[in-house]
Design a protein around this ligand. Structure first.
Ligand code: NAD
Length: 493
């Protein structure tokens, strides 16, 4: 069951895409499989000269045919990009799975599916996006105000490794829909699906310079060169909160706009009146999907005391029945982590939890396979109990397949404890009381609160985090607003 660890042939080696051409520099880094540690491709690292070339190509393209495209023409091109991803659906799955070790089924039903949906959604939204009109009477007569949307110019897009295609296209699609040109820098861990996207852009007839792709790292590499480039007009970033802080300082030069989707330490709250089975399955999903490497995953689970013991036992049983293995093996419920580096970080929290006095309900180590997967980046799904809210394992984002479960007694108490975090991305609440569903969810300091579900997204709704979890909102018209410069025209009639 190892055929899904191979990349589509065109990605070996993996190149940058600048001004309509695939290009290499003389610097390379290795893309390693997290499943068995083997090198799957050499990736060309963009140097500062190539970054400069990409940004200038994007700027020039604004004055080329792209600048003259109507919103409907841009929407048509985005639909062609979506068609192109659909045509190469299996290649995208292969790329996503080979880079990340995620389950094939997840790549199919979530990652690549959403890549297509992102382009179709923003193509449709752009076609119906209107503006505002205000009329007023002055001493001179009637004044008519109306707004128009203009592109910002060149958008720098920096994305993480955890949902590579989904998160990249979530920004590329609205940025292009609004008439901008983009220079994108995917994570060094996941260069493949972004490169396939460049192939699709090329085939779809996106004019040269409109979409540019650079590979490399963050500090002192392509990421930093891109954010520092003075011809980048706005920066949109998804990743760790401390990287967001670093980028925000750089973006202050030239007072460039930023949109940030950052880290989280999300809570799930299970009330005693919840549908018990639904809540256990919901928390299983919200804590362990993608090996816990979703920014929205719940690492802090609060369960009302009367059902605490029963809940911990039921979740333990479900977690222990998750089969860990190859991405395409039938029945497998969890794949590897993204890399050995990240596994080191997760394992350091496994160790820290024990030092902090946690009870390890299940997991806490690495699985043993007796084959090549022992060279992979696997860990066991893990549940802790018994830690105070102030323990580092309850405060810091682990970003692995792990949750801590603690009991609570009152609504007031749990709202206070959920909100006692420097993060504020998401929460899920499990209850059958309608009143409680409304009362609790609206008091949580988060960008998104789910009730009796988790992760389902309507792409027209606002998405983003409070506190350290982000800045601004994307999704629906919020994306169109960020990726547009909105001007008011005021006419004396
Ligand atoms: P990261 O911050 O390490 O890296 C993200 C991207 O930033 C990569 O492409 C990296 O090369 C680049 N980068 C790093 N330092 C940079 C710098 N100084 N200048 C410019 N670019 C730089 O994040 P990660 O480890 O790839 O992703 C995991 C994190 O992302 C987690 O904290 C997770 O919660 C967060 N995340 C948030 C959301 C959200 O929507 N809020 C979604 C997904 C992931």
């Amino acid at each position: 069951m190892q055929q899904t660890l191979t990349l589509p042939a065109s990605l070996s080696p993996t190149l940058n895409y600048v001004n309509g051409e695939f290009v290499a520099t003389d610097k390379w880094f290795s893309n390693r499989s997290p499943v068995n540690g083997e090198v799957i491709a050499d990736v060309s690292e963009a140097d500062s000269a190539l970054v400069d070339q990409a940004v200038r190509a994007a700027r020039a393209a604004l004055d080329g045919p792209w600048g003259a495209f109507s919103p409907a023409e841009r929407a048509a091109i985005l639909q062609r990009v979506a068609d192109g991803i659909e045509r190469r659906f299996d290649d995208f799955i292969a790329a996503e799975v080979a880079d990340t070790g995620r389950l094939v089924e997840q790549a199919r039903s979530l990652d690549v599916y959403r890549g297509v949906a992102n382009f179709r959604t923003f193509a449709d939204l752009m076609k119906v996006a209107g503006g505002e009109t205000f009329e007023m009477r002055t001493q001179e007569g009637e004044l008519l105000n109306y707004t128009v949307r203009k592109p910002h110019g060149v958008i720098g897009i920096i994305s993480p490794w955890n949902l590579p295609l989904l998160l990249l296209t979530w920004k590329v699609a609205p940025a292009l829909a609004c008439g901008n040109c983009v220079v994108v820098k995917p994570s060094e861990e996941t260069p493949s699906s972004a490169t396939l996207l460049a192939e699709v852009m090329h085939e779809a007839g996106v004019p040269k310079g409109v979409f540019n792709l650079l590979h490399g790292f963050g500090p002192d590499s392509a990421g930093e060169f891109l954010t520092r480039h003075p011809l980048v007009d706005a920066i949109t970033f998804t990743g760790e909160s401390r990287t967001g802080e670093a980028i925000m300082k750089v973006a202050a030069e030239g007072v460039r706009e930023v949109s940030f989707e950052l880290g989280g330490k999300n809570a799930a709250v299970v009330f005693a009146d919840a549908d018990f089975e639904a809540a256990v399955n919901g928390v299983l999903k919200s804590s362990f999907t993608n090996s816990g490497q979703v920014c929205l995953c719940s690492e802090r689970v609060f369960v009302e005391r009367p059902i605490f013991g029963r809940f911990v036992a039921a979740l333990k049983q479900k977690v222990e029945s998750l089969v860990i293995g190859y991405p395409d093996e039938p029945g497998v419920g969890m794949g590897s982590l993204i890399s050995h580096g990240h596994r080191q970080k997760v394992l350091s929290y496994f160790e820290l939890a024990v030092q902090e006095g946690a009870t390890v309900v299940t997991g806490g180590g690495v699985p043993s396979f007796g084959d090549a997967r022992d060279n992979g980046a696997y860990v066991l799904p893990t549940i802790w109990t018994g830690l105070p809210d102030s323990a580092r394992c309850n405060v810091e984002e682990v970003f692995g397949p792990v949750c801590h479960i603690s009991p609570f007694d009152t609504e007031e108490e749990v709202v206070r404890r959920v909100n006692d975090s420097k993060y504020g991305l998401a929460a899920s609440v499990w209850t059958t009381s309608l009143k409680r569903a409304h009362n609790v969810s609206r008091r949580l300091h988060v960008g998104i609160a789910w009730v009796n579900t988790w992760f389902t997204r309507d792409l027209r709704t606002p998405f983003g985090g409070a506190k350290l979890s982000g800045l601004g909102r994307e999704g629906g018209r919020h994306s169109l607003d960020f990726y547009s410069e909105i001007s008011n025209i005021s006419i004396q009639l």
